[in-house]
Write a protein that binds this ligand. Structure first.
Ligand code: IDP
Ligand code: MG
Length: 145
């Protein structure tokens, strides 16, 4: 398996509940290392640009207003099979359908406030990491595999 990079966002509800440390621990324990990490309060333009693929969907307005309702944590995670591993740790989009023990099952309260974003493919991961981080802001370092 290959070492990959993926984008993770801890959404405003994660900060509101005070669970960012618990969530980052889950990533680290699964072998996903944050190689860039930043607290950021997204502007409307930044959130709309990030979620541009969803702009025709009925939930787009609510999604953007939720994502700008408070600060978020944006992170680049690196590790074996990072894209799929992160999606597995996150659980299904709707927390009611998320498997037990996943981040969304344990922390999310609704499909809007679903605690985490994660890139869904290697190609999207590359674009999403580049949306938030310059290459000089990524700090790969030796870590537990
Ligand atoms: P994902 O976050 O699991 O990849 P996507 O389908 O990419 O899910 O949708 C992006 C975000 O839009 C979701 O995390 C969720 O917050 C929101 N969303 C998706 N589908 C719905 C819906 O049917 N109603 C309300 N919000 C939704
Ligand atoms: Mg998605």
């Amino acid at each position: 398996m290959a070492i990959e990079r993926t984008l993770s966002i801890l959404k405003p509800d994660a900060l509101e509940k005070g669970v960012i440390g618990k969530i980052i621990s889950r990533f680290e324990e699964a072998g996903l290392t944050p190689i860039a990490i930043r607290l950021q309060h997204l502007s409307q333009r930044e959130a709309e640009g990030f979620y541009a693929v969803h702009k025709e969907r009925p939930f787009f307005k609510d999604l953007v207003s939720f994502m700008i309702s408070g600060p978020v944590v944006v992170m680049c995670l690196e590790g074996e099979n990072a894209v799929l591993k992160n999606r597995d740790l996150m659980g299904a989009t709707d927390p009611k359908k998320a498997a037990a023990g996943t981040i969304r099952a344990d922390f999310a309260k609704s499909i809007d406030a679903n605690t985490v974003h994660g890139s869904d493919s290697l190609e999207n991961a590359k674009n999403e990491v580049a949306y938030f981080f310059r290459s000089t802001e990524l700090f790969p370092y030796t870590h537990k595999k």
